[in-house]
Design a protein around this ligand. Structure first.
Ligand SMILES: [Zn+2]
Length: 474
């Protein structure tokens, strides 16, 4: 009986502790990596409480709003409370966009039908009485771009392209052009407004907002995203040969002298404090929901992972720096510097000593693999990491990290090597940028798995001497 008990407890102790590796053989670095991973997996991280507070007590926090400022102050207070060093707010000016009242009606002989639609971020208001015109539909942005100049004069353009479900989110990247460039393309052909089928993979009447960008000589035109069933409704009407008209209204507005901010905090490295492993997420979110998947979960994941590292008996060799970016969701005219560029500019002199970066901005779905900087997938570093991650269902990807994220892109462009934790994002675009992006969409167990993977990767990267730049050299 005693023998059986010892055997069972021995197995329990090994359950998350590096399968196939006896505890005594683990180096100190690996012991700590396994410890932070196991604490996270068993739910002993602050991730859920952070995410719950951010989405409940602060809620919607659009870029440049008082709520975004409150979120940054909340985060700074939390980070100081946990014991992070050098906690600071990095403020910058911006033009903030506010949604107003909005309404879209499908007109017809039997009276108007109210459609589920929402204005795209950055779109101008309609005239006070609203706009009313006939729709010209296009199956894609490319089809709209092929329309001759002047062919949309006085009309409303509609792009009906559907988003393809993919695990890695590439379906979104492929379709994004309709939202970012569609309004300008329509306006340059004479359209007075722009509509699009939401960039979403759900079949619900939750329109997906998101920022659009205006360029060129024609002025900005009002732009809306439609719920998927509402886009279907318009398409069916058009198929019967009917000239379909809509009436739309938006009282969106802009605040010229708004302010946003990044929150920066550190665990100073013990041996090479000048060498920085930077991990990021963004605090702002769209106004319709409470930003649980985008990107409250990212904020919770990177903060909780670093907090577990902070609890350990010794510090890592390198500095771990958390940056919670402001204003990720918006596009500003004339390339005004927002959170990502503000950080990169303010720390330009330190870029050569930023050794690695990554961000969490794709929800909290299961992490199935980690992409490392080029040249690293077959190294001892990757082998050690794989041994730590396989027990939690995560492998090392054979594909190098690319499209690491919007907020760390300026760093990557300046030559900082990056890594990426690859989520199962199959459900992400059911909720992304909708009123339905709320706390209940997060699975506590997968949130814990995310923190576990992040904590192990970040600790190992910060406690190694591997030069990720050298490895990445061709
Ligand atoms: Zn995001």
């Amino acid at each position: 009986m005693g023998k059986l008990f010892r055997c069972v407890t021995g197995l329990m102790a090994l359950s998350w502790a590096g399968v196939g590796v006896a505890a005594a053989e683990l180096t100190d670095t690996q012991t700590i990596a396994a410890t932070v991973r196991d604490r996270a997996m068993s739910g002993q991280s602050v991730a859920w409480s952070l995410l719950s507070e951010l989405t409940t007590d602060i809620g919607p926090r659009p870029a440049g709003s008082a709520a975004e400022r409150a979120a940054a102050e909340w985060a700074a207070t939390k980070l100081r409370g946990f014991g992070f060093a050098n906690v600071s707010l990095q403020s910058f000016p911006m033009v903030a966009w506010q949604r107003g009242a909005e309404r879209l009606e499908l007109l017809g002989q039997r009276g108007p039908q109210l459609l589920a639609a929402t204005a795209l971020g950055g779109s101008p208001p309609t005239p006070a009485p609203g706009l009313e015109a006939e729709i010209v539909a296009f199956p894609s942005l490319q089809a709209l771009q092929a329309a001759p100049p002047g062919s949309l004069t006085g009309k409303i353009a509609l792009v009906t392209r559907k988003l393809v479900v993919t695990q890695d989110g590439t379906g979104y990247l492929a379709a994004l052009g309709a939202r970012s460039a569609g309004p300008t393309e329509a306006a340059s052909r004479g359209a007075i407004a722009f509509l699009m089928r939401s960039l979403g993979t759900d079949g619900h009447r939750f329109p997906h907002t998101g920022s659009t960008r205006y360029s060129g000589e024609t002025g900005p035109i009002p732009a809306f995203a439609l719920g998927a069933p509402d886009a279907d409704q318009i398409e069916r009407r058009m198929r019967s040969g009917e000239k379909v008209k809509v009436r739309l209204f938006s009282s969106a507005s802009f605040t010229k002298n708004a302010q946003s901010q990044n929150v920066v905090a550190e665990i100073p490295g013990k041996q090479h404090p000048q060498e920085v492993v930077l991990i990021g997420a963004h605090l702002d979110c769209w106004d319709l929901g409470t930003g649980a998947i985008d990107d409250g979960s990212g904020v919770a994941i990177v903060t909780a992972a670093a907090q577990l590292i902070l609890e350990q008996p010794r510090r890592p060799k390198r500095t771990i720096r958390i940056v919670l970016f402001g204003s990720e969701e918006v596009t500003q005219p004339h390339n005004a510097p927002l959170g990502d560029k503000v950080y990169a500019r303010a720390h330009a002199g330190e870029m050569p000593s930023h050794v690695l970066t990554g961000e969490s901005d794709f929800g909290a779905g299961w992490i199935y693999s980690v992409s490392l900087p080029r040249g690293l997938a077959d190294t001892p570093f990757a082998a050690t990491l794989r041994e730590l991650l396989i027990p939690i269902g995560t492998d090392i990807s054979k594909w190098d990290a690319e499209h690491t994220g919007t907020d760390v892109k300026p760093l990557v462009d300046l030559g900082v090597p990056s890594f990426k934790l690859n989520h199962d994002g199959s459900l992400y675009f059911n909720y992304h940028h909708t009123a339905d992006d709320t706390l209940d969409k997060i699975e506590p167990a997968t949130l814990s798995q995310n923190v576990a993977a992040w904590a192990a990767v970040v600790w190992l990267a910060a406690d190694t001497d591997v030069n990720f730049r050298e490895s990445a050299r061709p």
